[in-house]
Design a binder for this molecule. Structure first.
Ligand code: FES
Length: 170
C-alpha cells in the first residue's frame, strides 16, 4: 500500500531476530490484516536501530515511538496504539525511560573513577546494577565495551568505549 498513515518498522537485524523479531513482525502483519487496517498501516522490517540489547525493537512513524523488548503477546496493545489508542508506555524506550536510565546509571558508575577496570570487578559492578554476563557479552559485541586479555603482569580488563560514553553521555 502506498499512502498509509502509519509506518511500522520491525528491526530484523541479528540481535533482534535472535530474540524473536520475526515472530513479532509476523504477528503484527496478521493483526493489521485481521483488523482490516492494511490500507492505513504498513509494517516493514528494517536494519539495526542500535538498541540491540533491548530488542526486539519496533519503530512507529510518524509518532516517533520506539517499542523495545516486544514479544508477540504485546502486539494487540501496539495495534491498539496504531489505531489511535494510547502509547504502550511499558514498552516505550527513549531518553528518560526507566530501562535507558538504568543503563545510563550503570555506565556512569562504570567510568568512575576511570573507564577501565579488571574484568572480575566489572562483573561485580554489572551484577550490582542487574546486568548479567549475557548482557555484558552483548555490550561487548556492540562495541560499547572492550575486553583486553590478561598479560603476565595484568589481569583481564573491561573498558567502557567512546561509543558508550557518547551514547549515555558519561
Ligand atoms: S539488532 Fe535490532 S536494534 Fe540492533
Amino acid at each position: 500500500m502506498y499512502w498509509t498513515t502509519k509506518h511500522v518498522l520491525v528491526c530484523n537485524a541479528s540481535h533482534c531476530t535472535q530474540k524473536g523479531a520475526n515472530d513479532v513482525a509476523g504477528r503484527l502483519r496478521l493483526e493489521v490484516i485481521r483488523r482490516g487496517l492494511d490500507t492505513e498501516i504498513l509494517v516493514n522490517n528494517c536494519g539495526t536501530i542500535d538498541l540491540c540489547d533491548v530488542g526486539p525493537n519496533v519503530v512507529v512513524y510518524p509518532d516517533g515511538v520506539i517499542y523495545a523488548g516486544v514479544s508477540p503477546k504485546d502486539v494487540p496493545e501496539i495495534v491498539a496504539h496504531l489505531q489511535g489508542g494510547p502509547v504502550v508506555e511499558r514498552l516505550r524506550v527513549g531518553p528518560g525511560a526507566p530501562a535507558e536510565e538504568a543503563r545510563r546509571a550503570f555506565y556512569r558508575a562504570a567510568v568512575d573513577p576511570e573507564a577501565v577496570r579488571p574484568a572480575a570487578d566489572f562483573a561485580v559492578l554489572a551484577a550490582a546494577h542487574g546486568f548479567d554476563a549475557a548482557w555484558t557479552a552483548e555490550q561487548l559485541r556492540r562495541g560499547f565495551l572492550a575486553r583486553k586479555p590478561a598479560t603476565d603482569d595484568l589481569p583481564e580488563t573491561v573498558a567502557v568505549t567512546k561509543k558508550a560514553r557518547g551514547r549515555y553521555g558519561v
